[in-house]
Ligand binder design. Structure first.
Ligand code: EPZ
Length: 419
């Protein structure tokens, strides 16, 4: 097992370059299965994170050739043969569900096991199934195993009950080779959806409307190959901006698309953080933290749930009382108990966390429950007086490429320790 040991209270300075988005990379890696070309698909700006290696293993288990070097993935699916993903690989990562649509589309069949929930909620996939069935798939579930088959998928109109990111992506990928037109209403509008559309279209698909609530897809016979650079990770960028604010530092994040963080910048400014915006960077200048009445997480372009734990760490040290309402996931407050071990003052009432700002946090031993909670604990540790030990940091490595190296670059006192 590994832990991070952080000596808090140090200011940060300088700038950090942000790599590609995990939540763009995963559906795009899955979408590579749709190619009928025997040429290699090159994906650039790929972060070296655990989830990438898991998706690489899954694609290789299906018969694809996948190499990763210097933040570039080279994928060739000409020998794709299997449509079954092992339970062991499914359990490693929920996002394996992104392969349902592409495998069903390409091979007419797919067998996965239920990806299961995680510590932020049950994570059902009913919206994925409803859309696949609407396009003609027959889905059977028996003791945790799901088999879907579809001799030919047919385009149709799909109304999502909720703008689910994963369901929107899975159904977009399924529709690109279906017969005729598909319209997806109430689609998710995240930047990662736009990235997936652009990747699919670069391979010859006909997808329109990503970034709006209505996607229109015209099925094509087959997809070719392409070379594609994924967008920067807005959640990693937001995490580092909050690291600067919580330590009262002046620091920049670069290589980003600032517009992807509009809701985050607005909320940080409301909390007393001075932020400068440039073409491909954001700079935290100074922070005079005070409470915000309400922060509600919402589908994009609202405040992203993936930065809720990090923002809670910041508000724990803001003057006054703030309320965070987690409206996207049912159980995304596991980090509250850990913050309170650092002597924050937070209580949870259903989907609302009431945060009473304190003057100081004090180092302690804390445990990571999920990826973003872990990142938030690092931020709290950077600000806390004394030493903070964060255990189970494998969760953090799923979505951040050696976060400790980035933070050390800007002056943090953080070390990775093996046990
Ligand atoms: C994606 O998860 C992201 N993961 C999550 O990031 C992110 O938090 C989430 O979108 C919301 O933005 C990836 O892109 C790999 P949803 P996803 O389907 O697709 C309910 C991170 O830390 N729902 O939009 O699973 C669901 O229970 C991760 O990088 C259904 O009810 O999110 C949840 O309450 C965490 N039925 C809500 O919708 C369904 O069929 C949002 O889920 C699907 C979802």
């Amino acid at each position: 097992m590994e832990s991070f040991v952080i000596n808090g209270g140090n200011k940060l300075q300088g700038s950090l370059y942000i790599k590609g988005a995990k939540n763009s990379m995963l559906p795009i890696m899955a979408a590579s299965v749709l190619s009928s070309s025997d040429k290699t698909i090159d994906l650039h700006n790929i972060p070296d994170i655990h989830d990438m290696h898991v998706m690489k293993k899954i694609l290789q288990s299906l018969g694809a050739e996948v190499q990763f070097q210097n933040n570039t993935l080279r994928i060739n699916v000409k020998n794709l043969k299997s449509y079954t993903i092992s339970d062991e690989l499914m359990r490693e990562m929920r996002s394996s569900i992104f392969l349902m649509g592409p495998l069903l589309s390409k091979l007419g069949k797919v067998r996965v096991t239920y990806p299961g929930g995680c510590s932020i909620g049950p994570r059902p996939i009913d919206l994925h199934f409803k859309g696949l069935e609407a396009m003609g798939a027959v889905i059977r579930e028996e003791n945790g195993s799901i088999t879907a088959s579809a001799p030919r998928l047919t385009g149709t109109e799909i109304h999502l009950d909720y703008p689910s990111v994963g369901a929107t992506e899975n159904l977009m990928m399924t529709a690109v080779l279906a017969r005729g037109k598909t319209v997806i209403y109430n689609a998710a509008k995240e930047p990662e959806i736009v990235d997936l559309q652009n990747f699919l279209n670069a391979m010859g698909a006909r997808v329109r409307g990503a970034g709006t609530e209505t996607l229109r897809i015209t099925g094509v016979k087959e997809l070719g190959h392409c070379s594609y650079r994924i967008i920067p990770d807005r959640i990693v960028a937001g995490t580092y901006l909050i690291a600067a604010a919580i330590t009262g530092s002046n620091m920049q994040v670069k290589g980003i698309i600032p517009a992807h963080l509009d809701a985050v910048v607005a909320k940080m400014r409301e909390a007393g953080v001075t932020i400068k915006v440039a073409d491909d960077s954001l700079e935290v200048v100074e922070s005079d933290l005070h409470a915000v009445e309400t922060l509600r997480t919402l589908p994009y372009p609202g405040f992203p749930t993936d930065l809720q734990p990090q923002m809670m760490a910041l508000l724990a040290l803001a003057k006054g009382n703030s309320n965070i309402i987690e409206s996207v996931f049912e159980a995304r407050f596991k980090h509250v108990d850990e913050f309170n071990r650092l002597r924050a003052n937070i209580v949870v009432d259903g989907r609302t966390a009431i945060i009473r700002g304190v003057d100081k946090l004090y180092g302690a031993e804390v445990h990571t429950t999920d990826l973003r909670a872990g990142a938030a604990l690092i931020l709290a540790g950077l600000a806390a007086e004394g030493t903070t030990v964060i255990r189970n940091i494998q969760h953090i490595d799923r979505g951040y490429e050696r976060i400790e190296d980035d933070l050390k670059k800007v002056g943090a006192k953080i070390e990775r320790k093996r046990h």
